[in-house]
Ligand binder design. Structure first.
Ligand SMILES: [Zn+2]
Length: 122
């Protein structure tokens, strides 16, 4: 009888240890998963930015000039002008390329780097 009780106690201890190990491994896997998800989001954002930069690079010089003069060489969002920043501004897709925004006069906004970076894909 004594032997059976000992065996049960040992078994319980083994079970507890296994359960603890599983909990620790689960926590570790969750943490790894969280890191991978944030890495994926980071990489996805980089790819989107590259796609957008590529799309902007494809816009003809003619269209760029038109948009620039349409906005009076000033940022369409905050109003800062080329004279203020000392260089030409950028073009932003009002509806992001990632959301199928097109290279049209209606969808392009002449804007400063700060506003372009801030806006992202929104
Ligand atoms: Zn701006």
């Amino acid at each position: 009888m004594q032997e059976t009780e000992n065996t049960i106690a040992e078994f319980d201890a083994l079970l507890d240890a296994a359960s603890d190990r599983m909990e620790a491994e689960t926590a570790e896997l969750r943490e790894r998963n969280r890191r991978l998800e944030s890495l994926l989001a980071e990489k996805t954002a980089v790819v989107k930015n590259l796609e957008d930069a590529w799309k902007v690079a494809q816009i003809s010089a003619q269209l760029r000039r038109e948009i620039r003069s349409l906005y009076g060489a000033c940022c369409g969002y905050c109003g800062v002008c080329e004279e203020d920043v000392g260089s030409e501004l950028t073009l932003d897709h009002f509806q992001p390329v990632a959301r199928l925004g097109q290279d049209t006069r209606e969808n392009l906004v002449y804007c400063c780097f700060a506003c372009n970076a801030f806006k992202g894909d929104y």
